[in-house]
Design a protein around this ligand. Structure first.
Ligand SMILES: CC(C)(COP(=O)(O)OP(=O)(O)OC[C@H]1O[C@@H](n2cnc3c(N)ncnc32)[C@H](O)[C@@H]1OP(=O)(O)O)[C@@H](O)C(=O)NCCC(=O)NCCS
Length: 140
């Protein structure tokens, strides 16, 4: 299976919206947000493509962090299509995200997942991520 990891483009938006609907419980309209992300220099939206089909995506943001006196990165979304899992696609997306972080001299790459997502936790640990804290959220 040959996989290309590339930046998402405007033509991908309908497929990306569909993918987010598959992976999120929230039936949101994401077209404008995706468009904005693609123009945003502090974001990277990567897709994994196999035989003209988008089979996974990763969104990563970059932000200045005074605590670490430099640039940090957070992976906000990573998922691969269920039928294409365990073929190395998630790994390729994650490696590219880390490579992008290196190129930008990022100090740390963060990612979070739900506590019960054992497979994602194992996946990140396998790729060298260590548990660094607990995440909280609120709706402002
Ligand atoms: C987490 C996730 C992104 C991993 O994606 P993936 O494409 O399955 O990742 P990989 O194929 O690179 O690695 C997964 C496993 O397949 C194995 N694998 C990779 N290539 C393989 C191959 N050719 N044959 C057999 N196994 C293989 C890997 O070793 C790894 O094994 P492990 O589960 O024992 O660690 C995917 O499971 C997913 O989308 N989950 C739902 C969303 C999610 O939880 N996202 C992350 C948190 S927000």
């Amino acid at each position: 299976m040959s996989i290309i990891i590339r930046r998402a483009e405007e033509k991908d938006i309908p497929v990306l919206e569909e993918l987010f609907l598959q992976f999120s419980d929230w039936p949101l309209q994401r077209e404008q947000t995706l468009r904005n992300i693609m123009k945003d220099p502090t974001s990277e939206l990567l897709v994994a493509e196999s035989e003209q089909e988008i089979v996974g995506l990763l969104h990563q943001i970059f932000f200045l962090d005074p605590f670490h006196a430099g640039l940090n990165s957070h992976i906000t979304s990573l998922f691969t299509k269920e039928v294409h899992r365990k073929k190395g696609i998630g790994t390729q997306l994650l490696k590219k995200a880390i490579e992008n972080a290196k190129q930008r001299n990022v100090v740390e790459v963060h990612v979070d997942t739900e506590e019960e997502n054992a497979s994602a936790i194992a996946f990140y640990q396998k790729h060298g991520f260590t548990k660094a804290g607990v995440m909280f959220e609120t709706n402002p």
